[in-house]
Design a protein around this ligand. Sequence first.
Ligand SMILES: [Zn+2]
Length: 198
Amino acid sequence: MHAVRFHELGGEDRLRYEAVADPLPGPGEAVVRVRACGVNHLDLDLRSGTSRFPVALPHILGMEFSGEVVAVGTGVTTAKVGDRVMASAIPCETCRYCRTGRDNLCPEARHYGVLTPGAYAGYVKGPARSLLPVPSGLGFEGAAAIQIAFGTAWHMLIVKGGLSPFSAGSTRSSAPVAGLARRWKRWRTSPRGVCSLR
Ligand SMILES: [Zn+2]
């Protein structure tokens, strides 16, 4: 397959499109044909060397992706070839959060493209349990865009903030929150509904 890798830290000029070995699934793993991949700011930090995470070079970035399962390893029961999936964190599966179904709080969770090869590539592999189904009606690009930036904003505005149709709200936070607020306003436009941005 081909992938975008970098062999040394620096700017975007360090990215190289090159041939690399196809990933093969080990036990419990799945290989996904990448259809879309978002760009998270952590990608930039990892490439430039300003992230707190170590980088083993050469490295393939890409933590927010979607695609289709093309191969599974032994023991996989949560995904099958042809499934439309998107990435999530890779939980440890042993801590108290993972054991109680709250793996989104796992303190040992890893992410694709951080300590493992990511999805700036034709294919990416990882634990099958880390893959989530893409709902019908949601395209690959949308699935890749909602995973971290949109999910964080949704949690802040809708879950924590209680923003609802016809409610008023304001945000002066980061881009994902502002983006979601704009989208929410577009969905719920009404004479009484307003999201002011500042
Ligand atoms: Zn855990």
